[in-house]
Ligand binder design. Structure first.
Ligand SMILES: Cc1ncc(COP(=O)(O)O)c(C=O)c1O
Length: 368
């Protein structure tokens, strides 16, 4: 049995009629740039998240970059985030000319360790970017308190957290801005690059609608220097179809995650995901930890089970951040995760038999 990490083709086959109709409508209309599908998606994505506004953009990276600019981050400011993330989180800070200030993550949740933040704050600190990694949210109430105390903005990196909940609130709607990626393999994935920013702040919303469109609300009139970072109409058409299923897909991922939780309990030295109380994870990923990670990776791969390491090199140790001169040892939890974490396949199209197969093979590995 061959098990894919995500099965985009299987999902396409299941919704083919609807998807092709939606794409064809755009081809027939010819409104490829800012067609009505974009506004429709922005409206429906905001409603889904229970926030006032959503702004479609061309990737999660653009969502982060524009958000950092929109809250006024500039050269020599400092922004706090975690080294246990996809590199774009930190790049968005660097792109604005500001300095990245990392804090380590919590060992159980693998998310930003809130207790380390106050120590990292200086006079130059202007914002915090919590990353809701793997589909579970950073504990937001204490983070909001710190932000209030030090007058800091919060940009949520919700690129992996579509539909995740904490105390009934959606990821991306608690801080000043929320950033989403619709990279094809995400829980809500486009057929190419795409992203969105969510907010309840009208001023930020107005600024961002211009920022993503050359600083312009009227063609050839430019209020300030902006980008071309618009969401393509065709991608919006795909997202409009898929958004209707996101809730059901996230539920299905949770069911599959529970099967993994049961089947992999007390197996070898495996540590399973820990989900905080009052949180609904969207289980974008199902990362497990073991000291035998590399051997498990080779074994599962040899059994035709696709597994992925998120992430093999923490951001502070990437060549791209040589200038920070941060050596191994400074963020021990993140570094341990880079050495021991392995993500098992999980996606809504996966069958229970497929999950069972992964469980059986994982157990077999630890029983050898
Ligand atoms: C946590 C996180 N931040 C940012 C990004 C960047 O999103 P994109 O690939 O759409 O630019 C991703 C997705 O890869 C991500 O997982």
């Amino acid at each position: 049995m061959k098990i894919q990490f995500v099965d985009i083709q299987r999902q396409y086959r299941n919704y083919k009629g609807e998807l092709l109709t939606a794409i064809e409508r755009v081809l027939e209309n010819g409104n490829f740039i800012m067609g009505s599908e974009v506004q429709q998606f922005e409206k429906e994505f905001a409603v889904y998240n229970g926030c006032k506004y959503a702004i479609g953009v061309d990737s999660g990276t653009s969502a982060l970059e524009l958000s950092v600019l929109a809250i006024g981050i500039k050269e020599s400011d400092e922004v706090i985030t975690v080294p246990n993330s996809f590199v774009s989180t930190a790049f968005s800070i660097s792109e604005a000319g500001a300095n990245v200030k990392f804090v380590d993550v919590d060992e159980r949740t693998q998310l930003m360790n809130i207790s380390l933040i106050e120590n990292a704050i200086t006079k130059k600190t202007k914002a915090i970017i919590p990353v809701h990694l793997c589909g579970q949210m950073v504990n937001m109430p204490p983070l909001l308190e710190i932000a209030k105390k030090y007058n800091l903005k919060i940009v949520e990196d919700a690129c992996q957290a579509h539909g995740a909940l904490q105390n009934g609130k959606r990821a991306g709607t608690i801080g000043d801005l929320g950033c989403f990626s619709f990279y094809p393999g995400k829980n809500l994935g486009a057929y190419g690059d795409a992203g969105a920013i969510t907010t309840n702040d009208e001023l930020l919303y107005n600024k961002l609608t211009l920022l993503r469109n050359y600083g312009s609300s009227k063609k050839y009139y430019h209020e300030f220097k902006g980008r071309n970072a618009r969401l393509d109409t065709i991608q919006a058409a795909v997202l409009n179809v898929k958004l209707k299923y996101l809730e059901a897909w996230n539920k299905r991922r949770n069911e599959l995650a529970q099967l993994y939780m049961k089947g992999l309990q007390n197996v070898g030295d495996l540590t399973l995901p820990f989900i905080e109380k009052d949180n609904f994870s969207n289980f974008h990923l199902f990362p497990v930890r073991t000291k035998k990670r590399d051997l498990l990776f080779d074994f599962l791969t040899s059994q035709d089970i696709q597994v992925v390491i998120h992430y093999p090199i923490p951001i502070h140790l990437q060549n791209a951040y040589d200038e920070l001169k941060l050596k191994r040892g400074v963020f021990p939890v993140t570094e341990m995760l880079a050495d021991e974490s392995i993500s098992l396949p999980i996606h809504p199209e996966m069958t229970e038999d497929e999950v069972d197969f992964v469980i059986t093979k994982t157990r077999e590995f630890f029983n050898q």
